[in-house]
Design a protein around this ligand. Structure first.
Ligand code: FRU
Length: 562
């Protein structure tokens, strides 16, 4: 063991500076190192070794003397948890330099002992993308490798569902935000389409949305797919500069070009992000809802480029225990009637009913200028209505341009309380199944938001169905005796989910939590979607929903009803 360490140390200290297979690693002054790839090199990838508990090293990527971008990678020192690939296609024919620091900047460490393992850096044509994770879901969308959070820019066009998402290609923890892209024709099988929007000098690419500009109002052409997203610069002064940018696609979402005159919307506030624009037929304009600190700002525009603020929403209403993020605004039918109401979606973190992240909603009217809740007393004194009563339902937004006036929604199936430490390494985080939102009347005569599994799943055989007549306990288990327990309590009018014995729970002190949904109507059925590491429970086809992660030794596919 000691010998091995010495050997690695000796390697790290070698003054390497010869070209070997198109790769040359040069030590510079002040512990800097330059990893150079020659212009003739044909390899597909440069592999970088990652150790997750290390701090991030900044790497400047320079091609033929120009800075392409800076990326942050947790370069390995003591051990290699996994490798991440840098795709070299982008730099073909150019001399590329990866300039970084050799020593990891630990306050109580230093010297050669904490030098990064440059000896592990190599060129290759093969990066193994086969699944290595037993917890990877089978029918939920996950990135092949790397980190994912919020679903972004979801839209439907010509039979294809497009999903973009917050993505770190250089590690399985949050950082280096890009938009990556995946497509599906059935909301079950997803095809990875790679990175769609990479960081630029305006910043990393935070959350946002896509619209289909049927009439070409923005000047990019009829039917252009237009992405509006937050550009985020972290300044050396410790500030976040969040501004709103546009990119457009003239090939139905396959490739995007950024608008030359970004950003298109700015504000003098740190948390100003996650733009969600939509065409409002009633006023003949685009409307936009933006998360701004602990409120929402509403805007209008004729062309998606010039925005006028219309109003603000949220003061004194709903939960304010965290930052408001990822908004959505849509008109929905009340089930079984012709009545329509506007629903404002507000993701909040922290402040969720069981800690951390969750999705609250408000019901009311929107006239293109102002959103007004129907009954403010439902949201007074911090009271809130939640779309899902599990712990793993966040950043929920809808698909734009879905057929038949639908607004299917997807959530990031995790929680900021522990998302970075869930027990997977190759990738982190999955998205929920898509759900079609609807409004229904509870026993108290009030309206509530429901989320029904999208009809695409109806004949896919993915769910277990339980008919209910009175209280029931449903136990999902495996051969190892691990279990998740769902209780329908008709007297208390609650539906709960207990994952305390469901497998690995100790990776975060905030994970072992029982979640409970208050019920507004008696339940007559449950639909339960169990995948390798998630359970989504739908009471009355979506009138009560609980989405929770589980990490059992083998999937919890046995079901007992008592
Ligand atoms: C929500 C969020 C967004 C932001 C993005 C950054 O999970 O914090 O508000 O745009 O993640 O990755």
């Amino acid at each position: 063991m000691k010998l091995k360490k010495l050997f690695v140390l000796a390697l790290a200290m070698l003054p390497v500076s010869m070209w070997a297979q198109g790769l040359k690693i040069e030590r510079l002054a002040g512990d800097y190192v330059n990893i150079r790839v020659s212009a003739n090199e044909q390899s597909k990838y440069l592999l970088l070794p990652v150790e997750e508990k290390m701090p991030e090293s900044q790497i400047s990527i320079i091609a033929n003397n120009d800075l392409v971008r800076n990326i942050n990678v947790k370069l390995a020192v003591n051990r290699v948890d996994y490798f991440v690939p840098i795709l070299l296609d982008e730099f073909r024919g150019k001399n590329v330099e990866f300039l970084t620091h050799m020593s990891i900047d630990h306050s109580n460490r230093g010297g050669v002992g904490s030098e990064v393992r440059i000896s592990e850096i190599r060129l290759t044509n093969d990066f193994d993308m086969t699944n290595k994770e037993k917890y990877r879901p089978t029918y939920h969308h996950t990135p092949t490798y790397g980190w994912m959070n919020d679903p972004n820019g979801m839209f439907y066009l010509d039979g294809v569902w497009h999903l973009f998402y917050q993505y770190n290609p250089y590690g399985s923890m949050w950082g280096n935000m890009n938009w990556a892209h995946a497509t599906s024709t059935d909301l079950i099988h997803w095809e990875q389409q790679g990175v769609a929007l990479a960081p630029d000098a305006n910043g990393t690419i935070f959350s946002g949305s896509c619209v289909v500009d049927k009439d070409g109002t923005a000047g990019f052409g009829k039917n252009a797919v237009i992405a509006m997203y937050t550009s985020c610069i972290q300044t050396p002064h410790g500030h976040d500069l969040q501004t709103q940018s546009l990119a457009y696609s003239l090939d139905g979402g396959k490739t995007f070009k950024k608008y030359d005159n970004n950003p298109v919307l700015t504000a003098d506030i740190a948390d100003f992000r996650d733009p969600n624009p939509f065409w409002n037929e009633a006023v003949g304009k685009w409307n936009l809802i933006m998360a701004s600190g602990q409120e929402m700002r509403l805007y209008s525009s004729p062309n998606l480029k010039d925005w006028s603020e219309e109003s603000r929403f949220g003061q004194g209403l709903g939960c304010h225990k965290g930052v408001w993020e990822c908004p959505d605004l849509m008109k929905l039918k009340v089930k079984g009637t012709n009545e329509e109401k506007w629903v404002l979606i507000c993701n909040i973190n922290p402040g969720g009913p069981f800690g951390g992240s969750a999705t609250q909603y408000f019901i009311g009217d929107f006239d293109g200028h102002k959103f007004t809740v129907d009954d403010a007393s439902r949201y007074s004194d911090g009271k809130a209505l939640w779309q899902d009563y599990g712990m793993d339902h966040y950043a929920t937004v809808s698909f734009y341009n879905a057929p038949d006036g639908r607004h299917p929604m997807m959530a990031w199936m995790s929680n900021w309380e522990y998302a970075n430490s869930i027990p997977t390494l190759q990738y982190r985080s999955a998205n929920s199944i898509a759900r079609d939102p609807f409004l229904y009347k509870g026993n108290d005569g009030q309206l509530y938001l429901g989320s029904q599994p999208s009809p695409e799943y109806d004949n896919a055989g993915l769910d277990k169905v339980v008919k209910l007549k009175g209280s029931k306990t449903i136990t999902l288990s495996n051969a190892q005796g691990e279990e998740a327990v769902i209780v329908y309590d008709e007297k208390a009018m609650t539906l709960s989910f207990d994952r305390s014995k469901s497998g690995e729970v100790g990776f975060s002190k905030n994970f072992d939590v029982k979640t409970v949904a208050p019920l507004h109507k008696k339940l007559t059925s449950l639909r339960i979607f169990v995948d390798n590491s998630s359970v989504e429970v739908f009471g009355n086809d979506g009138e009560a929903v609980l989405t929770n992660l589980v990490y059992p030794k083998s999937p919890l596919t046995d079901m007992k009803v008592k």
